[in-house]
Design a protein around this ligand. Structure first.
Ligand SMILES: Nc1ncnc2c1ncn2[C@@H]1O[C@H](COP(=O)(O)OP(=O)(O)O)[C@@H](O)[C@H]1O
Ligand SMILES: [Mg+2]
Length: 428
């Protein structure tokens, strides 16, 4: 698929930058020998679900780790290999994958499982798309499993986005409750280690499971991951040092392979847009900024306007006040002023505190408890995980908030300005 030509000269163009761009798509699954630095993790996941290949019951497993650490990739990879190995032992094993960030309710998730199973088999019954509840979907699932499979591996990706954990209970109790004889192994994946605690509260012991933790990639692993996809570009287009720089930047930020690959792709697009023949270090740096703002926007996209204003308040304090961390109270004061600016009724300080906690959960900020001396009691200090400039940009992309001061406008205010001195009216 190197060069595409069509009859109309308008579309008959040779891409000067990209050769096989699909290698840089997020969903792209690299060949086995292009998976870098995850041998131990592959072994560990295989050890939990591998019993299936010998006709024995598997363990359930929960995988935790930040985004872009290869959790989805490794889970799918091991599940597919287990399926192949099972097949060669004449064991019929299904692999089901649910992205719970999209199928984020029990009804949606069970519907997807049922439809997915139907697709993989010759199941004749109609599975309604709407108007029925989870019980009916479970019925179809048990029936297809019972009829067609000895075992199944169910990958529940981004499971923390699911509104409840009943599906885990149903899957782990199915045999006991004599719904089906099929062995069921669940691989649950969460980007948030904090989900571990809520999981313990939500489920009982029937979902016995092992836990695995995936760590961020270091610069040399990221370098190798990108080197393996170098042929996404035309020969000679990537200038020397660009992959190294990209890996170093991504390793410093979050060790996220997805971001590293995205930055590389964005840098290529920048080069193409600006008519450059090569991808330079400057393109990588610029692409990294864009990627970071996108990341923040993605993280905050589901957030309420008040969460965004809270983040903006913290960012603007950091920009104008020069400190790295601020107390909830200090952020609240600024937040109230900002609410006035965008004609929004402020929520209470306690409400704001909850919004900040939610953002800490998402990984946009870090909050740390500090003992404030004997008389003061302890209080929380909040810091931004990213450059405040990116927060300001990402928040202002919300069309209802685009009137907020820009980074440059904030930056021009005196660094020592207190909240009262900062004349927010001057920006409007
Ligand atoms: N070890 C690896 N080797 C090669 N590519 C990888 C590796 N880990 C991740 N990737 C790539 O990085 C991107 C993100 O990986 P993914 O598995 O989706 O991360 P996670 O699920 O932890 O967020 C994918 O495009 C994937 O192909
Ligand atoms: Mg994933």
């Amino acid at each position: 698929m190197a060069e595409q030509t069509s009859g109309d000269p308008l579309f008959r163009s040779h891409d000067p930058i990209f050769n096989r761009k699909e290698l840089l798509h997020v969903g792209h699954v690299p060949d086995e020998d292009r998976i870098v630095g995850r041998d131990d993790e592959i072994q560990s996941v295989a050890a939990e679900v591998g019993a299936i290949t010998r006709g024995d019951p598997p363990n359930n497993v929960m995988i935790y780790g930040k985004t872009g650490t290869g959790k989805s990739l490794i889970s799918r990879h091991v599940a597919t290999r287990a399926q192949d190995a099972a097949r060669s032992n004449e064991i019929d094993c299904a692999v089901l994958y649910v992205d719970c960030s999209e199928a984020n309710t029990e009804t949606r998730a069970t519907r997807q499982l049922a439809l997915n199973l139907k697709e993989q088999t010759g199941y004749q019954q109609n599975i309604p798309l709407r108007g029925v509840g989870t019980m009916e979907y479970y019925q179809h699932i048990w029936e297809i499993l019972e009829d067609c499979f000895d075992a199944v591996i169910v990958i529940l990706d981004e499971i923390d986005k699911l509104d409840n954990s009943n599906i885990l209970m149903q899957l782990s109790r199915a045999r006991e409750a004599q719904k089906t004889d099929t062995y069921i192994g669940v691989i649950g994946i969460s980007n948030k280690v904090q989900y571990r605690e809520t999981l313990d509260e939500r489920i009982d012991s029937s979902f016995g499971h092992r836990e695995l933790f995936f760590h961020p990639y270091d610069a040399s692993q990221l370098r190798e991951i990108m080197r393996n996809r170098e042929d996404a570009f035309q020969p000679g287009v990537l200038e020397g040092g660009t992959i190294e720089l990209c890996a170093a930047l991504a390793a410093k930020k979050h060790g996220d392979a997805r971001k590293a690959i995205e930055i590389l792709k964005e840098a290529g697009e920048l080069a193409r847009r600006t008519g450059s023949e090569t991808v330079s270090e400057a393109h990588i740096k610029q692409a990294q900024e864009v990627a970071e703002i996108n990341r923040i926007e993605e993280l905050t996209s589901g957030a309420t306007v008040h969460a965004k204003l809270a983040l903006y308040a913290l960012a603007s304090r950091i920009i104008t006040g020069g400190r790295e961390t601020y107390k909830t109270r200090e952020i609240y004061e600024r937040y109230v002023g900002i609410c006035e600016l965008v004609a929004n009724d402020p929520i209470t300080e306690n409400g704001l505190y909850r919004q900040l906690k939610e953002q800490a959960f998402l990984g946009v900020i870090e909050s740390e408890k500090t003992g404030g001396g004997r008389s003061q009691g302890s209080y929380l200090l909040h810091r931004l995980v990213t450059d405040p400039k990116h927060i300001v940009k990402a928040v202002r992309r919300d069309s209802s908030l685009e009137e907020l001061p820009t980074y440059d406008q904030l930056h021009e205010t005196s660094p020592s300005a207190t909240n009262r001195e900062l004349d927010l009216d001057s920006f409007s």
